[in-house]
Design a protein around this ligand. Structure first.
Ligand SMILES: CC(C)(COP(=O)([O-])OP(=O)([O-])OC[C@H]1O[C@@H](n2cnc3c(N)ncnc32)[C@H](O)[C@@H]1OP(=O)([O-])[O-])[C@@H](O)C(=O)NCCC(=O)NCCSC(=O)C[C@@](C)(O)CC(=O)[O-]
Length: 335
């Protein structure tokens, strides 16, 4: 295990994008806007707000322009948008050009590819090589305009179409994204089949070509191993974790995969540990767990279900029990 010279953990909240993209029902723009605003006000400093992908492929993300035009823009928060190609970037640029907002509506793009051709074809209709060729000018144009560029490598552990992934492919693709100027590359266990040992092995392989400071972990919780995988990533030296409030989500092109690790579960697991979670002044320098639990329940109820965050459920149950006991102990109840 590496000694955490830097024990500050950054959270990238992907709920508004990865979390909502797979929802079948229409989610009103104002709900998405309120979700982003609430997250920022809980101290979250990195929020993926939506995506400029083809609405034919992912209809739920169709309203991203309206979302980023209407959301609050708090200082010291990075608001990212996922783009798959030049058209997505052009759409973002046109929106930025129409706005005089300071800071700008969005200051970061996320670009994405995968460690297998089979997944990449299903997700973006390209091979890995074609997608890298398509993304290179996109990254360059975004950097030239002063945006930060983050990269994703999907199916870093297992692929729903071609099985166990060759980690040297993950390394090569992560290196290609780093060479394009991505300040960070998020390694995605899209299927959520990862176990801590596999995650450690994959990270050790990627570190041969990309400095660990540039890596992030993105773990879906399909098999219930996501929090354990977060700790394996931290032990491997990674300090940025993607997470989704309420455990929202699933990838449209990874059948059966559940949401990302719930942000509340990560925050709970990290509290009182050797790690500190970075956050803005709105979370008193960290991310406010109680607020995140409320947000996880609020958005889940908007979607017609309960929060699947284990910590979120336990904290709410314990608060309800305490409120019940307080009611019984109140002088009025004793009369
Ligand atoms: C990449 C494409 C567009 C290729 O799709 P394509 O069909 O090959 O694209 P095309 O260039 O042939 O264009 C077809 C049509 O789409 C339009 N089009 C083309 N581009 C855009 C755009 N940017 N925005 C809006 N419209 C667009 C284009 O104008 C045209 O319109 P038409 O002439 O038919 O009316 C498509 O495959 C796509 O949008 N894929 C996105 C899939 C997606 O969003 N997946 C989920 C995100 S990735 C993920 O969740 C994994 C991650 C990141 O979380 C990490 C992990 O867990 O692993």
């Amino acid at each position: 295990m590496e000694s955490p010279a830097n024990n500050l953990v950054n959270i990238v909240e992907v709920g508004p994008r990865d979390g909502l993209q797979n929802e079948k029902g229409v989610i009103p723009i104002e709900v998405k806007v309120e979700l982003i605003n609430r997250l920022a006000r809980a101290g979250v400093q990195n929020i993926e707000t939506g995506s400029f992908v083809s609405p034919k492929w992912v209809p739920q993300m169709g309203g991203t322009s309206e979302v980023i035009q209407q959301m609050e823009r708090l200082p010291n928060v990075h608001y990212a948008v996922l783009v798959p190609n030049q058209k997505g970037l052009d759409n973002l640029f046109s929106l930025l050009s129409q706005s005089t907002a300071k800071p700008p509506l969005s200051d970061e793009i996320s670009i994405f590819t995968a460690a297998t051709d089979a997944f990449n074809r299903a997700n973006t209709n390209t091979t890995i090589a074609e997608s890298l060729a398509r993304l290179e000018p996109v990254a360059r144009a975004a950097l030239d305009r002063g945006l930060r560029v983050r990269g994703y490598v999907s199916v870093a552990i297992a692929c729903p179409y071609s099985g166990q992934v060759d980690y040297s492919r993950v390394r090569e693709v992560a290196k290609a994204l780093a060479d394009m100027g991505c300040y960070e590359i998020s390694l995605g266990d899209t299927v959520g089949k990862g176990t801590p040992d596999k995650v450690s092995e994959m990270i050790e392989e990627v570190k041969k070509s990309v400095p660990v400071e540039k890596l992030a972990g993105h773990f879906h919780d399909t098999y219930g191993t996501a929090v354990a995988n977060v700790f394996a990533a931290l032990a491997g030296g990674i300090r940025t974790i993607d997470a989704s409030v309420g455990g929202l989500g699933g990838c449209p092109y990874s059948p059966g995969a559940t949401g990302n690790v719930a942000t509340e579960d990560v925050l709970y697991a990290l509290h009182d540990s050797q790690y500190k979670v970075a956050g803005s002044e709105f979370g008193n320098g960290t991310i406010d767990l109680a607020k995140m639990v409320d947000i996880g329940w609020w958005i889940s109820e908007k979607l017609g279900r309960e929060s699947v965050s284990r910590a979120g459920r336990a904290i709410r149950a314990s608060s309800a029990r305490e409120a019940e006991l307080a009611k019984k102990d109140s002088p009025k109840a004793k009369l």
